[in-house]
Design a protein around this ligand. Structure first.
Ligand code: TXA
Ligand code: MG
Length: 313
């Protein structure tokens, strides 16, 4: 939505959840309380809805987002669990634990959610408002903290309004959040659990892996892990020999981020088009110029990282 639009605040009740579910169904992001912090939720299977989260937050880059689901069963339809991760889920869900797990091929999660990674961050929240919305929509909901990018997380509806007012249609208000701190994030590595972000759960009850290699970096930088295997040339107005051209707007290519030049559509399509180009028979990838305003800045950031020289591991 455009910045001059009004943001409504509705107290948490059945009518508020029904309205939130309606907006989610339309592909809009909605601010929701959770037990940790307020989240900005959108349908995780709808790439354009996810692009609107980044647009509202003014994120300069596409970091992977946490996907919220109502149950372990719903989580198992999105990611692959093993005995250890299932035991963690059974012990701490619903609650402030996020598990980073291998993404299933048939998950239907939009590639913008995972920033093209082969893993997905999942959590079953405990807050009744978020649980009601998950049930009402029947969708997995991507939800980063509901604050402007780089600013403090929001623990009250007023914080959300101060940061995102005019940029989102609705805030569901359930008062201050209980924990006030984002969830603990854990990935499995070798023999144990690797703590990617400390949070409210401090004792996982299992051995922690030593973070002794550069294989996994701090959250936030992880998004930079997905880079196509092939060299990428940016700002390409046409196709050179051996290239797969990803078009945008008037630049037609082998594929296009958005034939009509729509940045929301382009953000939603970005990782799918990069994967497709990587899997094509072409030796190299070229990408048409994308304007640098609005979501275009995040697209340009991602493309610059994808095109940057990579360290050999
Ligand atoms: O408490 C919370 O977790 C809140 C509420 C709203 O649920 N959500 C939240 O989301 O803090 P967000 O998007 O602000 O934080 C997501 C974090 C980032 O640090 C990101 O790098 C990490 O999760 N993350 C997401 N997917 C990942 C993945 N596949 N691998 C590693 N880290 C991942
Ligand atoms: Mg955050």
């Amino acid at each position: 939505m455009t910045p001059q639009n009004e943001t409504r605040i509705l107290p948490y009740d059945r009518a508020a959840i029904a309205e939130a579910a309606r907006l989610i169904g339309e592909g809009q992001p909605v601010a929701m309380p959770t037990e940790t912090v307020y989240g900005l939720a959108a349908d995780a299977t709808n790439g354009e809805a996810v692009a609107r989260i980044y647009e509202a937050k003014g994120r300069p880059s596409f970091n992977p987002l946490i996907v919220h689901i109502g149950s372990l069963e719903a989580a198992e339809r999105i990611a692959r669990f093993d005995d250890r991760t299932r035991a963690l889920a059974e012990r701490f869900w619903p609650g402030p634990l996020t598990l980073v797990l291998p993404l299933r091929d048939d998950s239907r999660i939009a590639s913008l959610v995972t920033a093209g990674l082969g893993t997905v961050a999942l959590r079953v929240p405990a807050h009744p408002a978020m649980r009601d919305l998950l049930e009402a929509t029947g969708k997995p909901l991507a939800a980063p903290s509901a604050n402007v990018s780089g600013r403090l997380s929001a623990t009250r509806a007023e914080h959300v309004l101060a940061g995102l007012g005019g940029r989102i249609p609705l805030i569901v208000d359930a008062g201050p959040t209980e924990l006030g701190l984002e969830s603990t994030i854990v990935a499995m590595k070798g023999g144990g659990a690797l703590l990617l972000r400390p949070g409210p759960i401090t004792d996982l009850g299992i051995a922690l892996a030593e973070n002794d290699s550069a294989a996994i970096e701090a959250p936030g930088q992880l998004a930079s892990h997905y880079a196509p295997a092939k060299p990428i040339r940016l700002d390409a107005a046409d196709r050179r020999a051996g290239e797969w051209l990803i078009g945008f707007g008037p630049v037609e290519g082998d594929s296009s981020l958005s034939p009509s030049g729509d940045l929301t559509e382009a953000a939603a399509a970005l990782f799918d088009r990069l994967h497709e180009a990587d899997a094509s028979p072409a030796e190299a990838i070229a990408v048409a110029p994308v304007p640098c305003h609005g979501l275009g800045a995040a697209i340009a950031d991602r493309l610059r990282r994808a095109a940057a020289p990579r360290p050999r591991i």
